[in-house]
Design a protein around this ligand. Structure first.
Ligand code: FAD
Length: 391
């Protein structure tokens, strides 16, 4: 009997396992993959990560971004840079392996290459059923098996269709070598209700596009192909391999990620910012909070994990709801949005403070909304201008 089992050992699972083992609990972590393993991802971690980390991740950071070059449908290029960092770019195989190593060092027992197939919660403990008929028991389970896992979908009934759909590729630098430094590339308008990106790493450009699954329909490959064949930063580079994946963004009405002795952290619980699709920071942050709830329950012998739900309601969901409203504002009208930020770079510069954790998404949204509402004629002018810009 373990004190806790952690199903899935990405950033959420490794963090939860690490946090509980640090407190002296007997923890088992299970992942279907063997590490280091690839994860389709832009791999850009917002700098607010520094506020919540228990250990250094600097050795995994390949590039520090000080802002971005923005485009609209791969054209109308503009730089909005900053003198302070906004993001750290990592390769996920390296980054996730680093976190798992920390969990092992803290005393977590790890089983790699074993798929979790089901969960039962009865008799005062949780049973985790794995492939090959193996079973493990624990007082508590943290479900962190990501968007393709079983704990969120099957045990909690979260809806896999509430997601963004994406295509990504890791593109090696051409013969010219690395020519871009210290910035991201973000494109609006190339995909419905989403964006395209190019995030530079040491040896690769991580390229991708993602948009709301319902609005993109079956055309994500077409949007990706159009984006990569027209973007200036990718001219002449060879894209051999592409990956399709989903981003399980937060949605209003999602089941609460606490059920009996089981809690969800990270992607499994749809704990992904719905505006940026940013999930690494939230995986780590929610995993730490889930571990606090489990630690308290283990100490008190009371199986009530609702403090985690209360914490999410207070600390995370309000941010996600504001991010949802921001998504509607931006992605419903990408051309108008682009015309507005083209004329007013301070909007994005202020958004960088949200990414840095210095301002809430809620206060940023209110500020933008009031700005737009207080000068409707300006917005009307931008809207008219945007009609005559290249589509
Ligand atoms: C295309 C794309 C681009 C993204 N770009 C960014 C970005 O730039 N920045 C950012 O912050 N976020 C980004 N995200 C989101 C980010 O990748 C996720 O939010 C993050 O990986 C969540 O971590 P996690 O630990 O919850 O899940 P994961 O990282 O998905 O880890 C889940 C783990 O569970 C394991 N697993 C799955 N099923 C089972 C099973 N049945 N049994 C056992 N183990 C299982 C998997 O092998 C995996 O190791 C992106 C996502 C996508 C798809």
């Amino acid at each position: 009997m373990y004190d806790a089992i952690v199903a899935g050992l990405g950033p959420a699972g490794s963090t939860a396992a690490y946090s509980l083992a640090q407190k002296g609990w007997k923890v088992l972590g299970i992942d279907k993959a063997r590490f280091p393993r690839y994860k389709s991802c832009g791999g850009c971690i917002s700098t607010k990560i520094e506020r919540i980390l228990d250990f250094d991740i600097k050795e995994t950071v390949e590039e520090t971004a000080f802002g971005a070059t923005f485009t609209y449908k791969a054209g109308r290029t503009m730089d909005i840079l900053s003198d302070r960092p906004v993001g750290y770019n990592v390769m996920r195989d390296v980054f996730d392996d680093h976190l798992l190593k920390k969990a092992r060092e803290a005393g977590v027992e790890v089983i790699e290459g074993l798929r979790v197939k089901g969960v039962a919660d009865s008799g005062g403990f949780v049973t985790v059923f794995c492939e090959g008929g193996q079973e493990f028991k624990a007082k508590f389970l943290i479900g962190s098996d990501g968007s393709s896992g079983v704990v969120g979908r099957e045990y909690f009934g979260l809806d896999p269709k509430e997601a963004a759909i994406s295509i990504t590729a890791e593109v090696p630098y051409g013969p010219a070598g690395k020519t871009v430094h210290n910035k991201l590339f973000i494109d609006f308008g190339s995909i419905p209700f989403g964006y395209g990106w190019i995030f530079p790493k040491k040896d690769f450009l991580s390229v991708g596009i993602a948009g709301d699954a319902a609005k993109v329909g079956g055309k994500v490959k077409d949007y990706f192909n159009e984006f990569v064949s027209t973007h200036e930063a990718l001219k002449g580079l060879k894209i051999d391999h592409r990956d399709g994946w989903t981003v399980p963004i937060f949605y209003t009405g999602a089941a609460t990620p606490v059920r009996g002795r089981v809690v969800l952290a990270g992607d499994t619980g749809h704990l992904v910012d719905p505006f940026l699709g940013e999930g690494i920071y939230y995986a780590i942050r929610t995993a730490k909070a889930a571990a606090v709830a489990v630690d308290t329950a283990l100490k008190t012998g009371d199986a009530d994990l609702s403090s985690y739900k209360d914490w999410l309601e207070k600390e995370v969901y309000p941010e996600f709801r504001s991010a949802e409203r921001l998504s509607d504002l931006v992605y419903d009208h990408p051309r108008l949005w682009y015309s507005i930020i083209e004329k007013d770079h301070d909007i994005m510069r202020r958004y960088y403070n949200v990414i840095r954790g210095e301002e809430t998404a809620d206060s940023f949204y209110s500020w933008v909304y009031n700005k737009v509402k207080s000068k409707p004629w300006k917005v009307l002018r931008r809207w008219i201008e945007s009609r005559f810009m290249p589509a």
